[in-house]
Write a protein that binds this ligand. Sequence first.
Ligand SMILES: Nc1ncnc2c1ncn2[C@@H]1O[C@H](COP(=O)(O)OP(=O)(O)O)[C@@H](O)[C@H]1O
Ligand SMILES: CCCC(=O)OP(=O)(O)O
Length: 361
Amino acid sequence: MNILAIDPGSTSTKVGVRRAGKLVKATIEHPRSEIETFHAVMEQLDYRMEHLVRYLRETGVEQVRWDAVVGRGGLVRPVPSGVYLVEEPLLGDLVRGVNGEHAANLGGVMAHAVAARLGVPAYVVDPPVIDEMWPVARLSGMAGIERRSMFHALNQKAVAREVARELGRPYQELNLIVAHLGGGITVGAHRKGQVVDVNNGLNGDGPFSPERTGGLPVIGVLQLVERGAFTTEQLKSIVARKGGVFSYLGTVDLREAEASANEGDHWAALVLDAMVYQIAKEIGALAAALAGEVDGVVLTGGLAFSASVVEGLQQRVQFIAPVFVRPGEFEIEALVDGALRALSGADEARRYQGGADEDRA
Ligand SMILES: Nc1ncnc2c1ncn2[C@@H]1O[C@H](COP(=O)(O)OP(=O)(O)O)[C@@H](O)[C@H]1O
Ligand SMILES: CCCC(=O)OP(=O)(O)O
């Protein structure tokens, strides 16, 4: 089976070409100066498609007979985990970004654009809005504001299934705490195959990360608004893109921050230690949520390449359960696997139902 996988990130489009049983991955970089000329994510569609088509032409795979095209799912309405056929109303909800603006919204739309020309199915797999949270985790502490599941579902599920395979036990029988440590950070409690609690990675929840604030003291934020220090739009952009390590040190690149700390910058060292401390606290909170019944803690994402982040976390959380380190992300592999499962019938492709506006996260 020949599968084309498309995984748009904020400044890159990752591509996977699975042909003759082999997977080749590539990253098409998009300079910030080009991306920032677009006001809305969907306005980037033609630009990203041109880059994708050029990549396929230049690598000589333009004429491949694809069996399916699969894209990273976006911020649509909450859905169960699985593989989804891209058709209406999913396509419309991705285009409208019913649950927010994110480059991932382009994944299903681009997959559909390529697949429609070829007359093959387009899929998305485990979009960030998959929702398996148990009721007790949904209460925020204020009537009218519900905690919603929005996380690195594709990578978290893929890595959790991989660790389960390595342990020789079904994912559905294990309790794992999976920490996706990238530009944004989400930590999920995977209880017998269901992510029953997880911090929302985009709305100011959980630990701070290289580019996001995580949870903030609410009154402090309100005081900033009262003083006119920021507009709400500016604050939203800080929460999602310009918070965390960036707001303290002016970089989202952890390697740069670590270099400063290693050269004796005590402030940089404290910021990095605080991030690791907050991640460890999140893992500890989920261990309590699982009543201490934890088979493993899994560290993944770009920060899991950092020896100091991994050692700092191991020191603080290894009392909970064995720590598995799986650096990087496995989204392209997970997309291809999902498409193969749908094509082979091992996993029936689900049909997204859409829903009412109050379903939005
Ligand atoms: N070898 C490394 N050592 C330390 N940090 C790293 C390393 N490789 C990547 N990172 C950091 O990981 C973060 C990006 O993680 P990644 O999972 O690629 O994020 P995203 O997909 O969210 O952009 C950046 O802060 C980057 O500097
Ligand atoms: C938490 C939802 C998905 C997400 O934040 O992805 P990125 O970190 O890749 O922006």
